[in-house]
Design a protein around this ligand. Structure first.
Ligand SMILES: [Zn+2]
Length: 323
């Protein structure tokens, strides 16, 4: 489906442009204006793909929420494990091909991955390849944060296996300064998630850009910075056509995490997470934004509505339906 859309996009754009050029009633300056608008509307191409599924303890994903409640919404296996996806966004603009998050990667040994239960998905470079991108085409990698399931794929073993190199050799890697400084300092609580081999080679490559503040990183692509899950978590907010998309990352990993107190036990500051979720959910509700979920096994996107219990998902749909 994605590939059909990709093939059709330039053609639809061409039809619009031809129509405007032939419209003889329009004055020349009006035609130029319309062409600019058409180009603005169609200039960004967004695609979502799942790098891989993995499994994680259901209790850890829902913190203090009892299993009797969360299991009605998100099913688990006999070992209490639930399946999460690793959806990444790839965004093509006039000057950039931006990849948001890179999954686990494959640098660690079998013992490490035995506890991750990787299965399904398209793979990182394979998923990009299917959408027409080689690793060299990626100009920018935005890492929401440096937990291993979000940044590991950005660094790979080199040819001889003697060291590490960037998976996307031409790309600038963007990480918030707060998250970078927090991760390299490391801490016992997140030690299993901040792995040197995922992080240090980025700095050594000279391709690291530290993001200091919220705002537009690329045209139509802004970042918010949150502190509850881990200090310096980037939440991308993207203007696409007439819509605003929020890639909710680990702030709201699944639809089941929309209620503000349904949070992961991985969060460093749960009260901060609640505050940050309240703020972004309220803004998203009022602005009619679309939430895009990185980790929800079943739901890719949703809109929001106010209910007597608070803000909840309204319409749930696949990313391709946004086109
Ligand atoms: Zn995380």
């Amino acid at each position: 489906m994605y590939s059909v859309v990709n093939i059709l996009f330039p053609q639809i754009r061409q039809i619009f442009e031809d129509m405007i050029r032939r419209f003889s009633i329009l004055r020349e300056c009006e035609k130029v204006l319309f062409l600019i608008i058409v180009n603005k509307i169609f200039r960004m191409k967004l695609q979502l793909f799942n790098i891989s599924n993995f499994k994680v303890d259901g209790g850890a994903m829902f913190g203090v929420v009892p299993k009797v409640l969360w299991s009605r919404i998100y099913s688990s296996d006999e070992n209490n494990l639930i399946v999460l996806t690793l959806r990444s966004l790839v965004i093509e603009t006039d000057e950039h091909v931006i990849l948001v998050d890179t999954g686990w990667g494959d640098k660690q040994d079998e013992k490490f991955f035995r506890h991750v239960y990787l299965h399904g998905g398209e793979g990182l470079t394979e998923g990009l390849n299917r959408r027409g991108y080689k690793p060299e085409d990626i100009t920018d990698v935005v890492l929401t944060h440096l937990h291993a399931d979000h940044c590991g794929g950005g660094v790979k073993r080199n040819e001889g296996g003697t060291g590490y190199e960037l998976t996307f050799p031409e790309a600038t890697y963007h990480v918030s300064r707060t998250q970078w400084e927090w991760a390299v300092k490391n801490n016992v609580r997140e030690a299993d998630s901040f792995l040197d081999e995922n992080i240090i080679p980025i700095m050594d490559s000279g391709h690291l850009n530290l993001v200091d503040e919220e705002g537009e990183l690329f045209p139509g692509f802004s970042v918010r910075i949150c502190y509850g899950h881990t200090p310096g978590l980037i939440i991308p907010v993207i203007k696409y056509k007439d819509k605003t998309l929020v890639y909710t990352g680990d702030l709201i990993p699944t639809v089941a995490h929309i209620p503000v107190i349904w949070n992961m036990s991985y969060d460093i500051g749960s009260l901060k997470t609640i505050e940050e979720k309240e703020k972004i959910l309220e803004e998203a509700l009022n602005g009619g934004y679309i939430l895009v979920f990185q980790h929800d096994e079943h739901i890719e996107c949703c809109t929001l509505e106010m209910t007597p219990k608070g803000i909840r998902a309204k319409e749930k749909f696949d990313f391709k339906e946004i086109y």
